[in-house]
Design a protein around this ligand. Structure first.
Ligand code: ZN
Length: 187
């Protein structure tokens, strides 16, 4: 169990041990709930075939909501980022999850990301907001997307630099994310 916990992101050996001892102190009910949640997670959670966010139903609740502005798409790196932006309650467009950024050093090419799927969605879209993280790879990916999307007569904007370089969206507070979206600039 300690080995399993240690293999999770940002969990060290010590925390893994603490979690294991915590589990040992729990009752049968807790164990049943914990185990069935784990099994359901793999069984019931899939990718939305439109935006590629995690979902239990396809298309996801955001893509199928009548309340969202379908002419606006916010492009993010990971599903976590959707959650971070949703927390602001100030963005009402749709999303598109790339599942990474272009990174020649790590061998990630444009074709490895959900970029083709993004382009295929742009028929009735007015604006694409690029909200990838402010890293070198994020910058390269943004420029690549702008070059691809602008000729399709779709406005491409980049969220403002309220986010310090190297800060992931998922770690930024809601006010900072809201300001960054509001202050987006055309590419
Ligand atoms: Zn979706």
């Amino acid at each position: 169990m300690v080995d399993v916990f240690s293999s999770l992101p940002s969990i060290g050996r010590k925390t893994a041990q603490r979690l294991t001892y915590f589990l040992l102190r729990q009752n049968e009910d807790f164990f049943n709930k914990f185990a069935s949640s784990l099994i359901d997670l793999k069984k019931n959670v899939l990718f939305c075939s439109v935006c590629f966010n995690y979902t239990e139903g396809d298309p996801c609740p955001i893509c199928s909501s009548a309340k969202r502005n379908k002419r606006l798409i916010c492009v993010v790196e990971e599903p976590n980022d959707v959650m971070a932006i949703e927390k602001t309650s100030e963005y009402f467009g749709l999303y598109h999850v790339l599942h990474g950024v272009i990174s020649p050093l790590e061998g990630v090419q444009a074709n490895d990301l959900k970029i083709r799927e993004l382009i295929a969605r742009l028929g009735d879209v007015d604006e694409v907001i690029v909200a990838v993280n402010p890293s070198v790879e994020g910058e390269v990916t943004s420029q690549y997307l702008a070059k691809l999307i602008k000729p399709l007569d779709v406005k491409v904007t980049r969220i403002a630099r309220g986010l310090p370089i190297g800060t992931d969206l998922e770690f930024a507070d809601e006010a900072t994310i809201s300001r960054a979206i509001e202050g987006r600039v055309e590419m």
